[in-house]
Design a protein around this ligand. Structure first.
Ligand code: SAM
Ligand code: SF4
Ligand code: SF4
Length: 340
């Protein structure tokens, strides 16, 4: 069936360009803002093996997304490095000709074991999440008492393996906002771009409140007390972070401002959950299963039609409309299920 891939647009004229694949809903951390341990405890109904997409299913669906226009793939989770054979998945993804970029978001602690393997499989870059440089605080945030050095060692292994590294710091008011400058200083000269993320109201279990959000403007104000900051142009349409340069050091930083300065109008991202459902927005209430029709024997053309139809019907712009959405009981899918 002939398809006009470049013309596939959603209801707001946004093309499909990025795919975020969650390869597991499990994690070795229990970050308070993502998988608080009183909710994600031993009774939590994590996906079982038969519910998870197999490696081959991930590859097959990824190829169909690529046919629908996807050029960039990000592997996420849960903690993606917990997935067995991740290097094999990456190796196959990196052989898909039209894929221009494959990245991975991780908490970093398994990088010493896996960075080299992943690099050899074709991975070019990783984003490592690190919210604090204080062991006491970081241990509390990650809910498991894991020390900062475990993540820093992971970052060093990624460097050694030749992976490009970015650092994500999720900033919460009165939790770690006093560490923004320390983080900038710590990573100065490392070559790693540091990105600050506003605390988002993803899922239903992280006790989100607007009061806990340090906005992009407030983050910049804190930085400007010590540095001169100049805005940089977007690298490409749909880039999530606003980019800035710190004049005194020449370092680039980014701010991801889903709350205070929504970027829905250029959102070209689809998300595939670990059990094979597609979510057209991080704040979706429900996904659409591709795993079930796939396991029921649908052909590639039929599955492709489903993906394209889903995208054509997409009108999500939750962040842009957030302040008008009165129903704070809206069911939202958990971040660990579809990835950041
Ligand atoms: N486990 C990996 C990690 O932590 O990097 C990958 C998955 S995690 C869900 C992806 C990113 O989402 C992390 O950088 C994390 O800080 C961010 N994140 C999780 N919950 C968030 C929230 N409520 N608001 C903003 N960012 C959040
Ligand atoms: Fe795990 Fe990442 Fe969520 Fe923390 S943010 S609980 S590391 S999935
Ligand atoms: Fe994209 Fe939804 Fe986030 Fe808007 S709120 S940028 S549509 S994922």
């Amino acid at each position: 069936m002939a398809r006009m891939q470049s013309l596939l647009k959603d209801k707001l004229h946004r093309p499909l360009r990025d795919l975020r694949i969650s390869v597991t809903d499990r994690c070795n951390f229990r970050c308070t803002y993502c998988m608080p341990k009183d909710v994600f405890d031993k009774n939590y109904p994590f996906l079982n093996k038969s519910q998870l997409l197999t490696d081959d299913e991930i590859i097959r669906l990824s190829k169909l997304f690529v046919k629908s226009g996807v050029k960039k793939i990000r592997i996420t989770g849960g903690e993606p490095l917990l997935r067995r054979n991740l290097d094999k998945i990456i190796s196959q993804l990196s052989r898909i000709e039209e894929v221009e970029d494959i990245a991975l978001t991780t908490n970093g602690v398994l990088l010493p074991k896996k960075a080299k393997q992943l690099k050899n499989a074709g991975l070019k870059r990783v984003t490592v999440s690190l919210d604090s440089l204080s062991d006491k605080r970081f241990g509390k945030i990650n809910g498991q008492g894991i020390p900062v050095s475990s993540v820093l060692t992971g970052i060093a292994s990624a460097e050694e393996a030749g992976l490009e590294v970015k650092i994500n710091m999720m900033v919460q008011k009165d939790v770690n906002d006093d560490e923004i400058i320390n983080m900038i200083r710590h990573f100065e000269g490392s070559g790693h771009i540091l990105r600050f993320i506003e605390f988002m109201d993803v899922g239903n279990s992280n006790q989100w409140s607007l009061k806990k959000v340090l906005t992009k403007k407030e983050i910049l104000e804190k930085i400007k007390q010590f540095y001169t900051v100049e805005p940089l142009d977007q690298n490409y349409f749909g880039e999530v972070a606003s980019r800035f340069r710190i004049k005194e050091t020449g370092e680039e930083i980014g701010i991801i401002s889903s709350i205070s300065d929504a970027f829905c109008s250029s959102c070209t991202r689809a998300r595939l959950s670990a059990d094979g459902s597609v979510y057209t927005c991080l704040f979706s209430s429900y996904g659409t299963s591709l795993r079930n029709p796939l396991r029921n024997g649908e052909s590639d053309d039929m599955l492709l039609e489903r993906i394209e139809e889903l995208w054509q019907h997409r009108s999500d712009q939750y962040s842009k409309e957030r302040r008008h959405i009165q129903d704070d009981k809206k069911r939202k899918i958990e971040m660990s299920y579809i990835g950041g």
